[in-house]
Design a protein around this ligand. Structure first.
Ligand SMILES: Cc1ncc(COP(=O)(O)O)c(C=O)c1O
Length: 475
């Protein structure tokens, strides 16, 4: 089935039409939550009036909403099924490591998951600012080869910043340096678990560079038990990304849950089952994943497995990357040209690049929601979008897509937004630096709400021509 990425009709959008939980049409304008997006260009809320296009929009209340929503769902299902463990929400910083995102997730009570040495530097800054206190777990995933800056920095985070630092062991070789540090670490073990497997041992067949085989997991657990300064606290098994079927997600997690119970029998300090990432989030308008049903399936399956094995159920942890940060990010463009040149559909040319702003569109043929910010109360037509670069792949919908894109026929001062692009796109495309066809990076407007529910704004400047030239060595 083609994904629904916008308004799929030539008719105007009826006023008060709700596209999803945060996008709605009111009197011809598009609103994000209660924020009229066109006000940014018509009567700017910030001193720099009017705001330029293209513009990156960062809407922080949506991050808090997502975290609270998942916490609420787990709380309700824990009550409903009488689950004896707790739920721990961690934010996977790799999805978007911007300062405003990390500060918001920590402020909303999330634990912190990381994967590189600069991540540790971010955590140190957050400790210094009082945002990352020892009640928060800092889950250190990723490769930590002996002697690497990352491995050393993790030890520093524990030794000098007293953060609740929990290295997740990817490989047996990561254990000796932890023992030699003599620091009292709680640790996790990551099993090779990516994909869909029928049994615990079938996970060994996965062609994945992440995590350890069953045999190495058992060896590592014994090794940790025999170490005076290490406690085995977390089992980690991540099975995929953006998994959009509740049953399939639970099925993939069943062998990891069985492995957890097996380890728990021998290693009673183990108390947390961490399923990593994979929680889907709507990037298009046809999404119908039932989070509550997934959590119900997960917790009841865990109850059954633990009962069969005669062990207590664990606390459950997820590392929510895309789920946390996709929806808060949007990228706004102006249509600078509409061109009918005997192509299949009219071309609408935007004042920026699709392929360098959203690499997953070009590289993975992914879809995102695209809607106009104005003229929603006027007729629409089917079109194709082109970036202003010279690249034939700089188009949307992605090549080969069956999803139609409709936008208003009237292109006078027409602005459009790509929505739910806050996870991975900016990190993959790069922040600052030099971009395709030397397009400068757009300014960014960060929108939040104060304690009275009033919007507050911060504008981060984009790149100017001089910066782009300097980056490329023209001094
Ligand atoms: C170990 C780990 N945890 C969490 C995540 C976040 O995944 P997602 O964005 O699907 O939530 C990833 C993503 O690659 C990961 O590798």
């Amino acid at each position: 089935m083609p994904q629904i990425t916008g308004w799929e009709s030539a008719q105007p959008v009826p006023t008060h039409h709700q596209f999803n939980h945060f996008l709605a049409a009111h009197n011809g304008h598009l609103y994000m939550d209660d924020f009229d997006l066109m006000q940014m260009f018509e009567m700017s809320p910030v001193p720099e009036s009017p705001l330029p296009s293209p513009l990156e929009l960062v809407y922080l209340p949506l991050i808090r909403w997502r975290i609270a929503e998942m916490q609420r769902i787990f709380d309700e299902v824990i009550d409903e099924v009488g689950y004896a463990g707790k739920f721990h929400y961690a934010y996977a910083s790799k999805a978007n490591a911007a300062e405003e995102v990390i500060r918001t997730t920590l402020g909303a009570g999330a634990h912190h998951e990381m994967s590189s040495t600069i991540d540790v530097d971010v955590a140190k800054l957050m400790v210094e600012r009082g945002l990352l206190q020892s009640d928060k777990m800092v889950i250190c995933n990723g490769f930590k080869p002996t002697g690497s800056r990352y491995a050393q920095n993790i030890r520093d985070l524990k030794r000098y910043y007293h953060a609740n630092t929990i290295p997740i062991v990817e490989d047996l070789s990561e254990i000796p340096p932890l023992i030699q540090s003599q620091l009292p670490f709680e640790v996790g073990l990551r099993q090779k678990s990516y994909g869909n497997h029928a049994t615990i041992y079938a996970m060994d067949d996965a062609n994945s560079r992440f995590g350890m085989s069953v045999a190495d997991m058992l060896t590592a657990a014994d090794y940790i038990d025999a170490s005076p300064n290490l406690i085995l606290r977390i089992y980690h098994g991540m099975v995929g990304s953006q998994i959009t079927s509740e049953e399939a997600f639970k099925d993939r997690l069943t062998p990891p849950m069985q492995m957890y119970a097996r380890l728990k029998k021998q290693h009673p300090d183990l108390t947390i089952f961490n399923f990593g990432g994979g929680m889907p989030v709507p990037q298009t308008l046809d999404f119908d994943f039932d989070y509550k049903q997934f959590v119900r399936l997960l917790l009841t399956t865990m109850q059954t497995i633990c009962q069969e094995q005669g062990v207590d159920v664990p606390d459950v942890m997820g590392e929510f990357g895309r789920y946390t940060s996709a929806e808060h990010g949007a990228h706004i463009f102006r249509i600078v040209n509409d061109k009918t040149n005997e192509s299949d559909l009219p071309w609408y040319i935007i004042d920026g690049s699709i392929m360098s702003s959203f690499p997953d569109v070009w590289a993975l043929k992914e879809h995102f929601t695209v809607l106009p910010l104005n003229h929603l109360d006027k007729p629409f037509q089917q079109v194709q979008l082109g970036g202003i670069t010279c690249d034939s792949d700089d188009v949307y919908p992605p090549k080969g897509s069956d999803s139609p894109l409709y936008l208003p026929v009237d292109t006078d001062e027409l602005y459009i937004g790509f929505f739910s692009v806050g996870a991975y796109q900016e990190m993959l495309g790069g922040v600052r630096g030099s971009k395709h066809c030397m397009l400068p990076e757009a300014p960014e407007l960060i929108v939040d709400k104060d304690s009275n529910g009033q919007h507050i704004y911060e504008l981060i400047a984009g790149q100017d021509e001089k910066k782009v030239l300097e980056n490329l060595g023209y001094r």
